[in-house]
Design a binder for this molecule. Structure first.
Ligand code: SAM
Length: 208
């Protein structure tokens, strides 16, 4: 597979409605975020190992999450689970120069890996911290995306989401998690499931 094959696959399946997601995918080089042992597989539609037994998510999963998140220019975004920094780079393009992406990674080596990969994405700030507690200093957020699976949606994330804001997060046990999209209405989340996925666990205080 190459970048073009992936885009054709999504077009055939009518998976991505927001054309800006395809433009962002074209612009950001996934090969800049994978470890060198997996460079040749950069555009295979699979998650790939990075450091410390963690993964860069499967491209199709990434675009499904971004489609559900409905990101607009100028938004303030929180990501939990920076990993390689790839998803944060796509978010950076989607929010544009007037927006901000705050992304948290709990594993120090990965936070360093991502900081290095994200150098040219000026509107992204990487924090080495427990993202299950959110990032209160920059709240509230228009959108929150979590790329690790939680047993339930952490309360601090709901608190730090703006009214009418959207959160996308995989929830459930090790096998058989559901991708949840929640919209905050009158302080509470209205949720729907986007289907079954498999993610590494969310650790930290409000994680597993
Ligand atoms: N978004 C990443 C990318 O684009 O490469 C993929 C993320 S990977 C599937 C999940 C990441 O979540 C791992 O790097 C893991 O260390 C991180 N993680 C797990 N629990 C966390 C927590 N409580 N706070 C911050 N990061 C966490």
């Amino acid at each position: 597979m190459n970048k073009k094959d992936l885009i054709n696959q999504w077009t055939k399946l009518k998976l991505v409605k927001d054309k800006r997601i395809i433009s962002a995918f074209k612009k950001v080089k996934r090969e800049d975020f994978v470890v060198k042992e997996y460079l040749r597989e950069a555009y295979e539609d699979v998650p790939l190992p990075i450091l410390q037994l963690q993964t860069i998510s499967q491209p199709t999963t990434v675009v499904i999450m971004l489609q559900a998140l409905n990101v607009k220019l100028g938004m303030n975004i929180l990501e939990i689970g920076t990993g390689s920094g790839y998803n944060a780079a796509l978010l950076s393009v989607l929010v544009g120069s007037q927006g901000n992406v705050y992304t948290t990674e709990i594993i120090p080596d990965l936070a360093d890996f991502a900081k290095n990969n994200l150098k040219k994405f000026r509107n992204v700030k990487v924090f080495e911290s427990d993202g299950s507690k959110g990032l209160p200093n920059f709240a509230k957020y228009d959108r929150i995306i979590c790329t690790a699976a939680a047993k339930e949606i952490p309360k601090p994330l709901i608190e730090q989401l703006k009214e009418n804001g959207i959160i996308v997060i995989p929830v459930g046990p090790k096998y058989g998690q559901r991708m949840i999209k929640g919209i905050k209405k009158k302080g509470k989340l209205e949720t729907q499931s986007l289907g079954n996925f498999m993610f590494v666990p969310l650790t930290g205080e409000f994680g597993k």
